[in-house]
Design a protein around this ligand. Structure first.
Ligand SMILES: Cc1cc2nc3c(=O)[nH]c(=O)nc-3n(C[C@H](O)[C@H](O)[C@H](O)COP(=O)(O)OP(=O)(O)OC[C@H]3O[C@@H](n4cnc5c(N)ncnc54)[C@H](O)[C@@H]3O)c2cc1C
Length: 246
């Protein structure tokens, strides 16, 4: 029986308008719609495929406050067996990885999957940190994941080709597009998600290693110059005098 842990992050929907509070040191969550991180949906879908038909179990874990439970229930509706929420504000990737690693030390898993990155802070850090904290291998940005009884084979895309790696269990992998197609929860999943176990555990003490000094949004886009299709000379002139690319 394979035990898989999928780390899930609760992230703002991609259409969110980003603003900051507290003198530009905090992301303003007011009115923001949160979703399950899309790469974590991919990891979760593959975990469910690998354990389908009673071959194992899939636990999802999130470091977050009570407001992340809607996202956790979505993961349960998609097909996770049970869930753990570490009841804390996820200060940064180190904080998240440390909390998850402590949980894994007390509750071992054969395979630990994360997304390739969270789409909010885009750190791509949690998987590597987990490997280090647990002293097990970790592999980033995988595009394919197959398992046998003894080991797994993963594929990574590299410049001009692909890399195929075999890894013994347990290990950590950050999943990207290609690993699986995200699954849409069905009505049965949604109903059963309400009663699936969701354990809330308190965080351990972690030394804070980072502090946000300030966030800035990008400068507003410049004015757009529309050039008529009948006037290519004007386009060339603007590319030369304004854009200065030719
Ligand atoms: C209100 C609020 C404020 C925050 N402020 C900050 C901040 O100022 N700076 C900051 O860096 N982060 C902040 N976070 C946390 C942030 O959302 C991430 O959880 C954390 O920083 C890791 O992000 P990353 O980009 O390094 O993760 P990555 O390393 O890119 O994430 C890779 C994978 O790690 C897993 N993962 C990431 N986050 C979690 C999680 N919370 N629980 C379980 N698994 C997870 C997922 O599988 C994800 O796909 C805040 C969160 C909240 C709710």
């Amino acid at each position: 029986m394979m035990k898989i842990l999928v780390c899930i992050s609760n992230v703002p929907d991609t259409t969110t308008k980003i603003t900051f509070t507290d003198n530009n040191t905090q992301f303003n969550t007011n009115g923001v719609q949160f979703i399950l991180n899309p790469y974590d949906e991919i990891a979760l879908a593959r975990a469910i495929e690998l354990t389908d038909g009673g071959k194992g179990s899939v636990t999802v874990i999130n470091v977050g406050e009570v407001n992340t439970e809607a996202t956790i229930r979505k993961a349960l509706a998609i097909g996770a067996t049970d869930a753990v929420r570490i009841n804390a504000k996820p200060h940064d990737a180190w904080y998240v990885a440390y909390q998850v690693a402590e949980h894994i030390k007390a509750n071992p898993f054969d395979l630990i999957l994360t997304g390739r990155e969270s789409i909010d802070y885009n750190g791509s850090k949690v998987a590597g940190m987990l490997g280090e904290l647990l002293d097990i291998p970790s592999v980033s940005i995988i595009k394919k994941l197959d398992v046998t009884d003894a080991e797994a084979t993963v594929e990574r895309e590299i410049e001009g080709g692909k890399e195929v790696i075999t890894i013994p269990f347990p290990f950590v992998a950050g999943c990207a597009e290609g690993v699986a197609e995200p699954k849409i929860p069905n009505m049965r999943g949604i109903m059963s998600a309400r009663t699936k176990p969701l354990a809330v555990v308190e965080p351990v003490e972690v030394q804070t290693l980072s502090e946000i000094i300030s966030y800035e949004t990008p400068a507003p886009r410049g004015q757009v110059n529309l050039v008529s299709a009948d006037d290519p000379a004007k386009l060339v002139e603007l590319l030369h005098t304004q854009a200065r690319v030719i």
